[in-house]
Design a protein around this ligand. Structure first.
Ligand code: SF4
Length: 216
């Protein structure tokens, strides 16, 4: 089984509840969305064909306990991605899946931390949130949701959807500002005023390095 791989690198996790922890990133090529603020357009196409076993060898060489499959959208290659996640779990690693929330996640192996994006209208891809009806009945204890917002209307839209999909209080929910579009301090105020069980997540890799930096 082969996968199209954009890049593999070792850095710190920049987002969600594993933020700050060393992590190996396996970025797969291809994406079924075109978010207006996308910062990984270079992963839309191309990549190098690698076997699952080659990827596992590469990951293990970093001697790091945490690995994340990201993209693009890793679940665009569902069979290979699920096989790879199962292999990485079998090596005793903590496995994270960063997914755009517009693909079926039914076959993701149990034990994988699914970090699922909820894309509001400011992303230009909110219409794909329909698939969330399928997630709502199958939340797992290890799931996390990430809402990246461009402003107050995105924040309100996400809160509404999180209520509809029975996610509030069920899984960890992160709100993150689109870099350069909304101030983190504003988002903090909306979160505090809402009294909802959600938290702020900043893309700390963009604070540490140049926001346009790749593979860090
Ligand atoms: S889902 Fe991710 S990779 Fe795809 S366009 Fe949106 S931000 Fe970019």
């Amino acid at each position: 089984m082969q996968l199209q791989v954009c890049e593999i690198f070792h850095s710190i996790q920049g987002e969600a509840s594993f933020s700050g922890q060393p992590c190996v990133f396996v970025r797969l090529a291809g994406c079924n969305l075109r978010c207006v603020w996308c910062d990984t357009k270079y992963a839309f196409a191309g990549g190098e064909a690698m076997s699952v076993e080659d990827i596992v060898r590469n990951v293990l060489a970093y001697r790091c306990d945490v690995v994340e499959l990201t993209g693009g959208e890793p679940m665009m290659q569902p069979e290979g991605a699920c096989l790879l996640m199962a292999r990485l779990l079998s090596e005793g690693l903590t496995v994270l899946l960063e997914t755009n929330g517009a693909c079926s996640l039914d076959d993701v192996p149990l034990g994988v931390h699914r970090i699922i994006d909820l894309k509001p209208p400011g992303s230009g891809t909110a219409h794909r949130a329909d698939i969330w009806a399928g997630y709502a009945a199958h939340w797992r204890d290890t799931d996390e949701i990430k809402c990246v917002v461009t402003g107050r209307s995105d924040f309100d839209w996400c809160v509404e959807k999180l209520k509809i999909y029975n996610a509030l209080g069920r899984v960890i929910i992160h709100f993150s500002p689109v870099w350069g579009a909304v101030e983190a301090s504003e988002l903090v105020r909306w979160i505090c005023d809402s009294r909802l069980p959600v938290r702020l997540s900043l893309q700390i890799h963009k604070v540490i390095w140049d926001p346009d930096c790749r593979g860090v």
